[in-house]
Design a protein around this ligand. Structure first.
Ligand SMILES: [Zn+2]
Length: 809
């Protein structure tokens, strides 16, 4: 057997090997074949029967392979289990005794997992060098015992209606998840979470159960059980596949959550002023029954991961909301949580499974409850805590005070590689410095492990995220380096980031392009911080999308969504910044705009880097990188013009008394004009896509302006809808995606408390009874006769070049 280049590699394997090692050998063979090697598999006993004139790779466990033992002894390598533990490994190269120009590589450790990690490290090197490396001298063990990944591929309700945000069939997700699993041993990842979210309604225990232990509920099953067997089949296949790659497979569950028809089946559970009474003993019987049934039908799954937040239907255990009976009223949230955790843990344990529990919560008050509850969970529960106290937001947010706070049970810290809150994979956002910094902190706090969320379900949606074609994974984007950085740091928090960047970029984009690509992408963390946040702490958006005006103006009540200040209220820095944002002045607005300008100029530098790398990049890589960074610059700019509008709106609201006489109103009008024109430009470039339009969260830029004008017009007349109608029709006709064949027209009666409506350049000028006026910016210029009080009109909108004419229909 000769290959084109005549390269030969002999894989020498032990007499007995496990399923995991078999996977490792098969993946290595595939990689070597791709690198042009002819592969010869042989057992240890066969090796000395002939001289072997090629590269030799010996794969075997230290304790069971006499060949490995002999090679290590001969070279005075004595690696005890104390040194590398169960998951550490050896990867060393020597000279082939029969041909000194060829290598003899030892791939070893004490367990099947150590073998697969060592094999994948070798695969990694072969992929980088395009050949079997001549020098390898690695003896390593992981710093953190727990190193997990999670996928949100099953977070949304595919095969179920959910606003079209997830519109791929479940089989496609199965393939996506398998693709991710295959990458895991490359980084020494040892467990994998299948993340669900019952409220969306994604994967959860409910998805799979017949409730056969609860006959009254089981009878209702036909009403919601569609697709259950198909899902169960895929879950079990995924778990089995994960095991082959050395992964423990963990499935998410939310509590309290109950299925439809639950209260019809058990009316006696109804609470006082609430759907259910949490204090009824049946509730815990129900939770344990669910766990028992689940592991009976999905025995391949190794454990559950419990979340107690985001349970829209069911019970939110972090507060006392819900049933008002005496028992419930005296049942403290911390005790409710502990009760649920203990019951679930008991049920998991008797099924030979383990339980992970997320401490995730959204407010400092809930954080206190979390601390009190989770400080008492038993030591076999693995706690999971987000790296920052509020959700995955700004990279400058403080560390979560719950990290390292629990002495009773092990803890892992949760990160996002997608990354949520920093562009959501719409734009490049490589947070390498963030992971380095935060994982060093986690190491200092001596936590047991780390977990990264590799994706978000929206990423897999045709409808909102990407155009038709195969699902795009984080691995397919520059954001892949988030996964690489996180995972390497989980193995060794002291990983040299410069080398890691350079090796990753060389492999993905070529050695010559590498320094330019690294320079371009390493700026994106800072760009996202300056684009999507204000002064590194304030979040003026809803998951990177425009938010309802009402939400933004409720900053005080919803404070934890907007800034980390509620967790550190006396911090003078936060107080000062908070005031600057929520009580804006021309000076603070100037600072905000300068911050966005800075983000734009950083983007431009990164685009220049990519231009310099162009001659070294493939056409496809160049256009993908260029597109991503171009879009990043556009996002920075649209947020600049948006904040210009929003801040001026706040100024107008705060200056009620003199807003009519001063320039505040005119400034708002100019700001909207700029914003609208920029929205049109981006809509022309990207179509009805991000950033002007939202995905499954948030609203469009135009919707925001509509809400804002509605607010101002409603101060002038109760009949604000008749005036909004004009602005909306003009906007619809002006948008670059407007359908020219459609007839845009509207009927209206000018309200009695409005003197007139005029069309002046690019404004609709509304004059109220008291003489006060408001100009509504429209982007394009308008022409049309003045509309007057009390009269009825039926108007048609015609577009000529960049002008809209309003004429009688
Ligand atoms: Zn009750």
């Amino acid at each position: 057997m000769q290959t084109k280049k005549g390269k030969q590699c002999f894989l020498v394997i032990s007499e007995n090997y496990s399923e995991v090692e078999k996977t490792a050998i098969s993946e290595l063979s595939g990689c070597l074949r791709d690198a042009g090697y002819g592969i010869f598999l042989m057992k240890e006993s066969e090796l000395f029967k002939k001289s072997v004139n090629g590269d030799i790779i010996v794969i075997g466990r230290i304790e069971s392979s006499s060949l490995v033992k002999e090679i290590l002894n001969r070279n005075n390598i004595n690696i005890s289990r104390n040194i590398i533990g169960d998951e550490g490994y050896i990867l060393k190269s020597y000279k082939n005794p029969w041909n000194k120009s060829k290598s003899l590589i030892v791939v070893s450790g004490y367990t099947a997992k150590s073998i697969i990690y060592s094999v994948f490290k070798l695969i990694d090197r072969v992929e980088l060098l395009k050949e079997i490396p001549k020098t390898l001298n690695i003896i390593t063990k992981p710093h953190f015992a727990v190193r997990e990944w999670e996928t949100q591929a099953f977070q949304g309700g595919f095969n179920l209606p959910y606003g079209g945000s997830v519109d791929r069939p479940i089989e496609e997700f199965y393939e996506v998840v398998k693709k991710i699993i295959r990458q895991a041993p490359r980084y020494g990842i040892n467990a994998f979470q299948l993340t669900g979210r019952s409220i969306e309604p994604g994967m959860d225990l409910n998805w799979f159960l017949d409730y056969k232990f609860f006959p009254r509920l089981h009878k209702q099953f036909h009403k919601w059980g569609q697709g259950k067997r198909e899902r169960l089949d895929i879950l079990r296949k995924i778990a089995t596949f994960g095991h082959k790659y050395g992964l423990e497979m963990i499935m998410w569950d939310h509590e309290l959550v109950y299925p439809p028809e639950f209260l019809n089946a058990y009316p006696e559970l109804k609470g006082i002023d609430a759907p259910i009474c949490f204090s009824k003993p049946f509730m815990m019987e129900f939770i344990e029954g669910k766990v028992d049934e689940f592991f009976e039908i999905a025995p391949e799954v190794d454990g559950l991961n419990l979340t107690l937040s985001e349970v829209s239907k069911g019970g939110h255990l972090f507060s006392k909301e819900g049933c008002k009976c005496d028992k419930c009223m005296s049942f403290e949230p911390k005790d409710r949580i502990l009760t649920v955790v203990n019951h679930m843990n008991d049920a998991c344990k008797r099924n030979g499974k383990r339980l992970e529990v997320r401490t995730y919560n959204m407010t400092p008050e809930e954080g206190k409850v979390a601390y009190e509850a989770f400080s008492r969970v038993p030591e076999d529960v693995l706690l999971m805590t987000k790296c920052t106290p509020r959700d995955f937001y700004c990279t400058e947010d403080p560390n979560n005070f719950l990290i390292g706070a629990f002495k009773n049970a092990p803890q892992m810290v949760e990160y996002t590689a997608c990354p949520e809150g920093n562009g959501f994979a719409y734009i490049p956002a490589v947070l390498a410095d963030f992971y380095k910094d935060r994982i060093s902190y986690a190491a200092k706090k001596k936590v047991a492990g780390l977990v990264a969320r590799l994706d978000y379900h929206l990423q897999y949606s045709h409808a909102h995220f990407y155009n038709p074609g195969p699902a795009v994974l984080t691995f397919d984007l520059p954001n892949e380096f988030n996964i690489v950085a996180f995972s390497n740091l989980a193995w060794d928090p002291n990983t040299d980031m410069k080398t890691l960047w350079s090796e990753w970029a060389s492999k993905k984009y070529g050695e010559k392009a590498s320094p330019f690509v690294v320079s371009a992408l390493s700026r994106t963390q800072e760009i996202c911080r300056q684009t999507l946040y204000i002064f590194g702490f304030y979040r003026p958006h809803f998951l990177n999308m425009f938010s309802h005006l009402e939400h933004l103006m409720r900053a005080e009540e919803d404070a934890p969504h907007f800034s980390p200040m509620p967790w550190d209220p006396s911090n003078p820095k936060y107080r000062e910044l908070y005031k600057k944002v929520t009580q804006p002045t021309e000076i603070s607005l100037g600072e905000v705009l300068a911050e966005k300008d800075n983000a734009i100029s950083l983007c431009k530098k990164s685009i220049e880097d990519i231009e310099k790398a162009k001659k070294y990049l493939s056409a496809k890589d160049y256009s993908k990188l260029k597109y991503g960074l171009d879009k990043e610059r556009d996002v920075a700019e649209i947020w600049k013009w948006f904040l210009n509008v929003f801040f001026r709106h706040m100024m107008m609201v705060h200056n009620k008394k003199d807003y009519a006489k001063n320039a505040v109103k005119q400034n708002l009008n100019d700001a909207v004009q700029k914003f609208v024109l920029y929205c049109f430009a981006l809509e022309k470039k990207y179509g009805k896509e991000y950033p002007v339009y939202p995905t499954a969260r948030g609203i469009s830029a135009y919707d925001f302006l509509e809400e804002m004008y509605q607010y101002h017009i409603s101060k002038m007349t109760k009949e604000y809808n008749s005036i909004m109608k004009i602005w909306l029709a003009v906007m619809d006709r002006s948008k670059p995606t407007a359908d020219d064949d459609f007839i845009y027209q509207f009927k209206l009666e000018v309200p009695g408390d409005i003197n007139s409506i005029k069309f002046d350049k690019n404004n609709i000028v509304v004059e109220a009874k008291n003489g006060e006026t408001l100009e509504m910016a429209t982007g394009l210029n308008l022409s049309g006769h003045e509309l007057v009080k009390g009269k009825k009109y039926f108007l048609k909108l015609e577009r000529k070049e960049n002008k809209i004419n309003l004429i009688p229909a």
